[in-house]
Design a protein around this ligand. Structure first.
Ligand code: NAD
Length: 269
């Protein structure tokens, strides 16, 4: 029987979430996605109008099917947590059941259970500010949206200084990696669930473009990484499919670099 995967953080065909969905679909998994509420409309419309058809093609020539798209805002656990101005916001009021708890309940109601959970989302409202100038609210917002899950995407800014990755996003990724280890222990003992993170190299996604330095990071990697090629989202997707598969049955609590080896360099060349 094929596995069922829920991928949180897919709203176009440029990011890591989309590539992970494709790799999992190519391996035979059924795909459910969670899409940020404000991005839901445009994503569904584009998908329906065939805008993503070219990038939906799987290695066997068929098109990736997304069984269901769930609206999701990962910073709210339950309806009571949602402030009035968000509830009444036009971009939110058109959808319902998008808090984490309600979304999980909807998936449970529709499908019973899932086998694979991927967290491929991040949001740092003050990402372009240095940490030194980040407000408490901006810092907490970055942590709130950007940590937790069973397979997640992280960035080396958690452990090394990456100027420009601000607003508490470096802190959020450090928390995410620490949580990966502790959750691996707790969920492993309790449910035999494996928990891992992929530390990905730079990709020109929508989120990354918003940070403002993505082209510089890609050039830096091309110049300095052991493998001098641009990183493709599929390479991260394939690693995610491996980590979610029985081939990785002894891997848990790990942060796996998929970055052309850049992390291993001590100095630029
Ligand atoms: P992306 O824009 O494709 O994905 C980010 C998604 O998060 C978007 O779809 C956005 O709608 C969603 N999102 C934001 N706030 C949300 C919320 N509150 N609730 C639900 N969804 C929300 O960009 P990406 O770069 O592919 O990001 C995916 C993951 O990869 C992130 O965790 C990111 O930090 C990580 N990552 C990216 C890079 C890179 O260079 N692009 C490098 C390393 C790690």
């Amino acid at each position: 029987k094929g596995k069922r995967a829920f991928i949180a953080g897919v709203a176009d065909d440029n990011g890591y979430g989309w590539a992970i969905a494709k790799s999992l679909a190519a391996a035979g998994a059924e795909i459910l996605v969670g899409t940020w509420v404000p991005a839901l409309n445009i994503f569904e419309t584009s998908l329906r109008r065939g805008k993503f058809d070219e990038s939906r093609v799987l290695p066997d020539g068929s098109l990736m099917e997304i069984t269901k798209i769930y609206p999701l805002d990962a910073i709210y656990d339950k309806l009571e947590d949602v402030p009035e101005d968000v509830k009444s916001n036009k971009r939110y009021s058109g959808s319902s059941k998008w808090t984490v708890q309600e979304c999980a309940e909807s998936v449970k109601q529709d499908f019973g259970s899932i086998d694979i959970l991927v967290h491929s989302l991040a949001n740092g409202p003050e990402v372009s500010k240095p940490l030194l100038e980040t407000s408490r609210n901006g810092y907490l917002a970055a942590l709130s949206a950007s940590s937790g899950s069973s397979l997640s995407l992280t960035y080396i800014a958690s452990e090394r200084i990456i100027p420009g990755y601000g607003g508490g996003m470096s802190s959020a990724k450090a928390a995410l990696e620490s949580d990966t280890r502790v959750l691996a222990f707790e969920a492993g003992r309790k449910h035999r669930i494996r928990v891992n993170a992929i530390s990905a190299g730079p990709l020109r996604s929508r989120a990354a473009k918003a940070i403002g330095f993505i082209d510089t990071m890609i050039e830096y990697s091309l110049a300095n990484a052991p493998l001098q090629k641009e990183l493709s989202a599929d390479e991260v997707g394939n690693t995610a499919a491996f980590l979610a598969s029985p081939l990785a049955s002894a891997i848990t609590g790990a942060v796996i670099y998929v970055d052309n080896g850049l992390n291993a360099m001590g100095v630029g060349v």
